[in-house]
Design a protein around this ligand. Structure first.
Ligand code: ADP
Ligand code: MG
Length: 241
């Protein structure tokens, strides 16, 4: 059974349909890149999988549990699926460690000592064990994004959704964040990432999804999608003819 099953998902905002019947099955341990033009529905799809948006039609299940549109189910879903955004959204008045501890103590009601131990472990995983007591404004953008990854990992999610997590970073800081993601992939984490990093997608991802106008327009292994695009739209997006 797939870890994430997206079946005929539709999403409208008012009278505008932005997801037009999405089907996508993600196996545990898969690393999937989602590419496509701005406005094609990539963020909306991730937000639906994470339960941040309610879907208009179709179904989504994560680890066998159906996403049903009520608060209890949405909360359970958000615990299973971590999400990381372009903006790191760390609390400025909390240290790196405090940021990683917060959702554990608030959402999961984890005891403080255990939350702190987990925070230390997760910060170590992203190479920031020594920054436990540093405040966000004492960290580079790349380090802040790594804290955000540690914060998501601390909830022990079954999958991580990443929405353009390197797009707000200065070019010299992109590599350190991608290195962390690459390591998570190697450890078997299930990852769904919207990205413009085509080289990374080619090297690390098992499949690439090309979205166009609210649909999965092409999907395949990176060597197929990049070297042998089938549709005019993907050729144009990749800048090949
Ligand atoms: P992408 O991430 O591929 O750039 P999005 O999923 O952000 O695309 O957006 C897809 C479409 O949905 C866009 O036309 C966008 O304007 C629209 N959209 C996204 N969120 C909302 C919202 N909350 N209300 C109305 N329209 C939205
Ligand atoms: Mg987006």
């Amino acid at each position: 059974m797939s870890l994430i099953a997206v079946t005929e998902v539709r999403k409208s905002f008012g009278s505008t349909e932005v997801l037009k019947g999405i089907n996508l099955d993600v196996e545990a341990g898969e690393v999937i890149a989602i590419i496509g033009r701005s406005g094609s529905g990539k963020s909306t799809l991730l937000r639906c999988i994470n339960g941040l948006e309610t879907i208009t039609d179709g179904s989504i299940s994560v680890a066998g549990a159906q996403l049903i549109d009520d608060e209890v189910h949405l909360k359970a879903l958000r615990l299973k699926v971590g999400m990381i955004f372009q903006q790191f959204n760390l609390f400025p008045h909390l240290t790196a460690g405090g940021n990683v501890m917060l959702s554990q103590t608030v959402v999961k009601k984890t005891q403080k000592a255990e939350a702190e131990a987990t925070a230390r472990t997760m910060l170590e995983r992203v190479g920031l064990a020594h920054k436990f007591d540093a405040y966000p404004d004492e960290l580079s953008g790349g380090q802040q994004q790594r804290v955000a990854i540690a914060r998501a990992l601390a909830m022990q999610p079954a999958a991580l959704l990443c929405d353009e997590i390197t797009s707000a970073l200065d070019p010299e800081l992109v590599a350190e964040v991608l290195a962390v993601v690459r390591e998570l992939a190697a450890e078997g984490m299930t990852l769904l990432m919207v990205t413009h990093e085509m080289k990374f997608a080619r090297d690390v991802c098992s499949r690439v999804v090309f979205m166009h106008q609210g649909r999965v327009h092409e999907i395949g292994r990176p060597e197929e999608v990049f070297a042998n695009p089938q549709t005019a739209e993907l050729k144009q997006f990749l800048g090949v003819s």
